[in-house]
Design a protein around this ligand. Structure first.
Ligand code: ATP
Ligand code: MG
Length: 367
């Protein structure tokens, strides 16, 4: 997939901006606050129906304006064109048109324009709490597996009901029966989620070493999935996993009733990241953590490409800060084979085949 052009109106600080990236690496550069991240946000809106920084639609509307519009044109690897128009009018009216047809539900659009992002804020995947790592995993799997999203939603619904029952638990036999029913339902979805996550992490972890080529020779990276319901027994069938989960819930029943909440399950799971056998969060330097995250994003690119059979677009915000020259140029070299890549930085980045886009010069020209 390739972004051919994008036109942005009243979106954050851009009253009007036209941008045509190159085929391969494009470097958007300009001073702090000039609107580099904003361009990536706008592209992300067209690909995945919202921004990547967690800002609401309303936050993205230029101060004092009533409507923003983003018009974009994409070309698939096979050469077919897709026009996406996202508009938002305050207070709540967001519309997305794909090839002049309005989308009734936004979720259908996800996956059509595969996209991989990197933002410095995402370092919390490594340094933050388990919820950040679960979100990374869930967002990744949802981009190619629609059933996963439905299992995740149903799991959350049953979890809520089960927690509500635990908080008002009494000795009635009817409560006991309801509990058993809910636990069984929870296990059904938990098994699907855990299996999908384990499949994802095991191939992702293997691919990661390949993506990590700019590290010194012999560096080994690894990601492991930690389930709160079992201890990494390998190659379990669905039935075996269900039996283990059932046993686990039996074992923690008293504790759950005391604490009045569900004590284990995919909502409590975590990931661990290792570099040469050491946990990254504890031992790696800031730059190494950042480089690891970029490697994860590149791996995501390869992974999504295999799953979607369409080359994802990469949007990499502020990629080079904190990275030394050698790591940065090796990274750029790895990126040169990754299809269309759009990178922001405060200083212009030289390199073979990089298309420059200076916001300052653009503003001088357009006034
Ligand atoms: N709703 C809005 N209306 C107008 N301006 C906004 C709005 N939201 C944010 N801004 C401004 O837009 C400007 C551009 O922000 P952006 O994050 O894109 O800059 P940047 O070029 O990425 O800067 P940096 O180099 O610091 O990362 C900022 O000055 C910000 O205050
Ligand atoms: Mg920025």
């Amino acid at each position: 997939m390739r972004l051919k052009s994008i036109s942005i109106e009243n979106f954050r600080n851009h009253r009007h901006l036209e941008f045509e990236p190159g085929q391969h690496i494009t470097n958007i550069f300009g001073c702090n606050g000039s609107g580099k991240t904003t361009i990536l946000e706008a592209i992300h809106y067209c690909a995945l129906t919202k921004g990547f920084s967690g800002n609401s639609d309303k936050d993205c509307l230029m101060f004092g304006e009533e409507m923003f519009t983003i018009r974009s044109s994409f070309e698939s690897d096979q050469g077919s064109n897709t026009r996406v128009v996202v508009s938002y009018a305050s207070p709540r009216e967001k519309r997305i048109m794909v090839n002049d047809q309005e989308l009734p539900t936004f979720s259908k659009h996800i996956g059509l324009i595969p996209c991989v992002t990197f933002t410095p804020g995402e370092l919390v995947i490594i340094t933050g709490g388990p919820a950040e790592r679960r979100r990374f995993m869930d967002t990744a799997i949802c981009q190619y597996d629609r059933k996963y999203l439905s299992d995740l939603m149903q799991y959350r619904r049953v979890l809520q009901q089960r927690n509500a029952l635990l908080s008002s638990f009494n000795d009635h036999s009817t409560t006991e029966t309801s509990m058993e029913v809910l636990t069984e339902q929870l296990i059904t979805h938990a098994v699907e989620i855990v299996m999908a996550r384990e499949r994802f992490i095991s191939s992702f972890s293997m691919m990661l070493n390949e993506a990590y080529r700019w590290q010194p020779e012999g560096t080994v990276s690894e990601i492991t999935y930690q389930s709160s319901l079992h201890h990494g027994e390998k190659q379990l069938s669905k039935e075996q996993m269900q039996a283990i989960f059932r046993e686990k819930y039996r074992a923690i029943k008293k504790q759950e009733m005391l604490r009045r909440q569900t004590g284990a399950g995919p909502h409590r799971d975590d990931l661990q990241f290792y570099l040469n056998g050491r946990e990254i969060r504890k031992y790696a330097s800031q730059g190494q953590q950042r480089a690891f995250l970029v490697a994860m994003k590149m791996t995501m690119h390869t992974y999504l490409y295999e799953k979607a059979e369409e080359m994802p677009i990469s949007l990499l915000d502020d990629l080079f800060s904190e990275l030394d020259e050698k790591v940065s140029s090796n990274m750029l070299e790895s990126l040169s084979s990754k299809g269309q890549v759009i990178i922001t930085s405060t200083e212009e980045r030289d390199g073979k085949g990089i298309t420059p886009f200076s916001i300052n010069k653009y503003r001088e020209k357009t006034g």
